[in-house]
Ligand binder design. Structure first.
Ligand SMILES: [Fe+2]
Length: 301
C-alpha cells in the first residue's frame, strides 16, 4: 500500500496560539474546576499519568502482547471512514494486530478505533489526582476508551456532552482545538462536516477575514489534555511508532450543560425535536435548569 498518512490539523486554516499548559503536580480539583472546567477552557496537563505503570511498561517489547488474551478488535488501514473509498474494519485478534503493526513500514496507517480497555491492561492505568470528586460517571460516553494506532489522525469533531481527559500512554500526538460561536458557526462547521478541508484548494474556502484561533500543543507519553464539550478538536500523530491514547470521560456539571445562545445547544435541541416532539419540554427544561445553575453560581457561559 502506498504512503497513506493524512494529517488533518493544518487542513483547517487559522491563527495558532499555544494551548494553556500546567504541570499535573500543581493542579488540584479546586483549581481545575475554577480555571478550566467552569469556563470551558482546554488545558494541556503535563505528567498527568507520569506515575501510571502504562506509561513505563507499555512501550516494552512484548509486554502488552502477553496481556491480550483472546481480545478481538476492529482494525482499519485508514483513519477516516468518511474520506476513504476502501474503508473497512477488519475484526481480528488484538495480538495479531500487534504483529501487523510492528511489521509494517513507517509510512503506513493503522487504526483501531475507540475500544474498551482490555481487562488485563486496566491494572496499569491510574487515577487523575486533579479530578478527585469531579470524576463522576459520564452521561453519554463510556468512562474509558482506548485508541491503538500507527500514523492515524483523528478527524475534526466536537462532543456535545461529557468532559474528556485524553491521555497519551505511549507515542506523541499534536492536538489542536478551537471554539465556534453563533457568529462563526457557519460556514466553518459546514465546510468541515462536508470534508471541504480535504480538497486540494480547501483552505481557500474558509473565511480569510475572520480566521479561527487554534490552540495547539504536543502531548508526550504521560501528558493529558482536557477537551471541554463544544470545542472542535483535531489530532495528528507526531511520530510514526505504535501509540496508545486513552479517552477518559466524566460528567459535565449541570451549569455547563447548555446555553441557548450556543450553536451546539441549538443543534442538539433541533435534533431532539426532530426525533421526538415529546422530548421538547425535557430539552427546554435542561437548558433552563443549566442556565439557572450558572446564574446562581455567577458563572459566564
Ligand atoms: Fe474527541
Amino acid at each position: 500500500m502506498p504512503d497513506n498518512i493524512v494529517k488533518i490539523i493544518d487542513l483547517v486554516p487559522g491563527k495558532v496560539a499555544p494551548l494553556a499548559t500546567v504541570d499535573a503536580g500543581a493542579l488540584t480539583p479546586e483549581i481545575f474546576q475554577r480555571q478550566f472546567l467552569n469556563k470551558h477552557v482546554p488545558v494541556l496537563i503535563k505528567g498527568a499519568a507520569r506515575h501510571w505503570r502504562a506509561t513505563q511498561s507499555w512501550r516494552e517489547p512484548g509486554y502488552l502482547d502477553a496481556l491480550c488474551g483472546d481480545v478481538e478488535v476492529k482494525m482499519s488501514r485508514v483513519f477516516n471512514a468518511a474520506m476513504a473509498q476502501d474503508y473497512k474494519l477488519e475484526t481480528m485478534k488484538l495480538r495479531d494486530c500487534f504483529a501487523q503493526l510492528r511489521a509494517s513500514p513507517d509510512d503506513t496507517t493503522y487504526s483501531i478505533p475507540a475500544t474498551a480497555v482490555p481487562a488485563q491492561w486496566v491494572k496499569d492505568l491510574g487515577e487523575y489526582a486533579f479530578l478527585g470528586p469531579l470524576d463522576k460517571k459520564p452521561r453519554m460516553y463510556p468512562r474509558d476508551r482506548i485508541f491503538i494506532y500507527r500514523n492515524a489522525s483523528t478527524e475534526w469533531h466536537y462532543h456535545p456532552f461529557d468532559e474528556t481527559i485524553t491521555t497519551q500512554l505511549a507515542g506523541s500526538k499534536r492536538f489542536s482545538l478551537f471554539r465556534l460561536t453563533a457568529d462563526n458557526w457557519l460556514p466553518n462547521s459546514a465546510l468541515i462536516e462536508s470534508k471541504a478541508h480535504h480538497r486540494p484548494d480547501g483552505a481557500r474556502a474558509f473565511p480569510a477575514d475572520r480566521p479561527l484561533t487554534k490552540y495547539e500543543g504536543v502531548l508526550e507519553a504521560g501528558d493529558a489534555v482536557y477537551i471541554p464539550p463544544f470545542w472542535w478538536h483535531g489530532v495528528d500523530t507526531a511520530d510514526s511508532g505504535i501509540g496508545y491514547t486513552l479517552a477518559h470521560c466524566f460528567r459535565t456539571p449541570a451549569a455547563r450543560l447548555a446555553a441557548w445562545k450556543d450553536p451546539v445547544t441549538r443543534r442538539v435541541f433541533r435534533q431532539v425535536a426532530a426525533k421526538n416532539k415529546l422530548a421538547v419540554p425535557v430539552a427546554l427544561g435542561v437548558i433552563a435548569y443549566s442556565t439557572l445553575r450558572r446564574v446562581t453560581a455567577r458563572q459566564a457561559w
